[in-house]
Design a protein around this ligand. Sequence first.
Ligand SMILES: NC(=O)c1ccc[n+]([C@@H]2O[C@H](COP(=O)([O-])OP(=O)(O)OC[C@H]3O[C@@H](n4cnc5c(N)ncnc54)[C@H](OP(=O)(O)O)[C@@H]3O)[C@@H](O)[C@H]2O)c1
Length: 331
Amino acid sequence: MKTILFDRFGEPAEVLRVGEVPLPKPGPGEVRVRMIASPVNPSDLLVVRGRYGVLPRLPATPGFEGVGVVDEVGPGLIGWLVKGKRVTVINDQGGNWAEYAVIAARQARPVADDLPDEQVASFFVNPATALAMVRYVLAVPKGEWLLQSAAGSQLGRMIIRLARHDGIKTINVVRRREAIDALKALGGDAVISSADGPIEDQVRRIVGADGVKFALDPVGGDTGTGVFRSLAAEGRMLVYGTLSHEPLRIDPRLMIAGTRVVEGFWLGHWMKQRSIPAALRLFGEISRGIRAGILATESGPSFPLDAIGDAVREADAVGRRGKVLLRIGAR
Ligand SMILES: NC(=O)c1ccc[n+]([C@@H]2O[C@H](COP(=O)([O-])OP(=O)(O)OC[C@H]3O[C@@H](n4cnc5c(N)ncnc54)[C@H](OP(=O)(O)O)[C@@H]3O)[C@@H](O)[C@H]2O)c1
């Protein structure tokens, strides 16, 4: 089968190549999925750059999520229940940028037929993260302000729509002024640009001198530091990405006086702490959220596996609209 491979960590457009490998066989408790499509997410590119929290042994194939059809199953009941079904392919080892992927049967989740392939391809990572951070971890109360950076990302846009639905007010930070109007039109209550001066000053002009109780940052560096400085006493900030590749600068006095909290969020870790019924409920919540448009992913350009260089360059482009998708096979 055709697959995307990398033999060393580095710039994705330089190190990723198309290769041929033998068709994999599913073992006990596993299924093989014929892949239809897989998105190019920031986490996939971090793995290829060698900057993700958990790294594969090389050579490796990227791709944490996607959509496909279960075509062969190993021994075990769950596999037989999903054989022949279209599933969302949650592959925490990576490996979905290939014509076939072998994953644990319990990670192949059938999804209702009315959801299009592009939505099923991005069914899990961003929608689950939006729900987990806003509704479960921060549990932002109705009427409160929520501050977030990189608000124009696909996940940031889901958070704006989710917050609006849940009666939470958002302050959204973008790096380009040109991105402001689109996020206001999407329902962001306030949208500011990090290009227009210190984030903490801009935020306090909107919410008052105290600052915000709830914040989300996937950027780090100056932006994440500004988000932290915008916190009110007893404020809480979740750090969930490293888009700038720069560290946060945290003034310990602000942590001590006012007991402000900074904590990491990682969906893979959070999911491991969910019971099976809680995970099933989350899946239902995601389906409803996607149907309502709240957790829907906006589609960007799509590419075949053979154009992997163009796909990863496009995924990294400043100001890109929509999620880049690898179109791998027919439904
Ligand atoms: N921790 C977890 O479990 C978890 C789960 C899901 C996602 N994430 C993280 O969530 C983030 C968003 O993911 P996504 O799929 O929604 O991304 P995406 O749609 O690809 O969007 C990336 C966004 O980041 C902005 N950006 C990139 N570099 C930046 C920088 N240095 N400073 C400020 N903004 C920057 C881009 O702004 P422009 O529009 O200006 O180009 C773009 O809006 C990523 O960091 C991802 O790793 C984490």
